[in-house]
Structure formats: C-alpha cells, structure tokens
Design a protein around this ligand. Structure first.
Ligand SMILES: [Zn+2]
Length: 145
C-alpha cells in the first residue's frame, strides 16, 4: 500500500520506471507549478524490482494525462482526495502531443520557423507510431523507455 497520509488532494504517480522520475517531473512542468512535490527514487516494487514514485499535492485538473500517457502508459495514476485514493486512472497513448517531442526533419517547417508548435499525431496505435503533423516524419526517438 502507498503511504499517502500527507496528501490531502493531488495525485500519486506509481510504477514509474526507476530513474525516470526527474524526466517526468520536467515533462509535466512540475518545476513550474506552485505545489508540493515529493519524488521517491528506487522504491521497492514486487512487480518491477525498483521503481520511482512522484507525489504531487495540487488540484488534479493540473495533471496532463496526455503527456504522461505518451511518456509511459504503464504508470499508475492514483487520484487522492481527503488522504485517500479515490480513483485510479488508466493511461493511454494520446492522439496528439504538442511540444513534447521535436521533429528532426531538417526540411520540416518546424525546423525553419522557430515559433511553431511541435505537434505529433498518433498514426498507428498498435505499433505506437507518431508522425509530425506538418511533414509526417515518423518520430524515431524513444518515449522514455
Ligand atoms: Zn516535421
């Protein structure tokens, strides 16, 4: 069981791959939010050996599940209210991600025009393939795996 005693309202991200908590911390812009964040590294896990956990105390609407689903949809999201888990959210691959990954195609308009949003859409859900909205270049980077 998770110890969530200190959290009144917020969420706990569980089953984060060990070593990935800081990446997720930045990708979710938690460093820019004015809320309490606890990062637990290398927690013991029956399922994973070791894992990272992030606890965030803030209004839950501020959590961007799309970005999280994109990074790793195996993460468990526990929604906390009044110090209890009231809901577990399933993550899925988002249909679209904006400004999370960048297009590497040098001829893509996003490489030429600096101010443009980097938008990728889910082209193949089964194979987990994302393509640039502008040039359809396939995203070949790793999604934090
Ligand atoms: Zn592109």
């Amino acid at each position: 069981m998770l110890n969530v005693g200190a959290l009144r309202e917020g969420y706990v991200l569980d089953h984060i791959k060990a070593g990935k908590a800081m990446t997720i911390y930045h990708d979710l812009n938690l460093d820019k939010l004015d809320c309490t964040v606890a990062i637990i590294k290398n927690a013991r896990s029956n399922k994973m050996g070791v894992k990272d956990i992030i606890k965030v105390e803030c209004p839950i609407e501020k959590l961007d599940l799309d970005i999280l689903g994109f990074i790793d949809h195996n993460i468990t999201v526990n929604i906390i209210k009044d110090e209890r888990i009231v809901e577990k959210k399933e993550l899925r691959l988002p249909k679209k991600v904006t400004n999370v990954i960048r297009c590497k195609n040098p001829r893509c308009i996003t490489s030429i025009e600096q101010g443009l949003d980097h938008v990728f859409f889910l082209a193949d859900e089964e194979k987990e393939i994302y393509r640039c909205m502008y040039c359809e270049e396939k995203y070949r980077g790793k999604r934090n795996k």
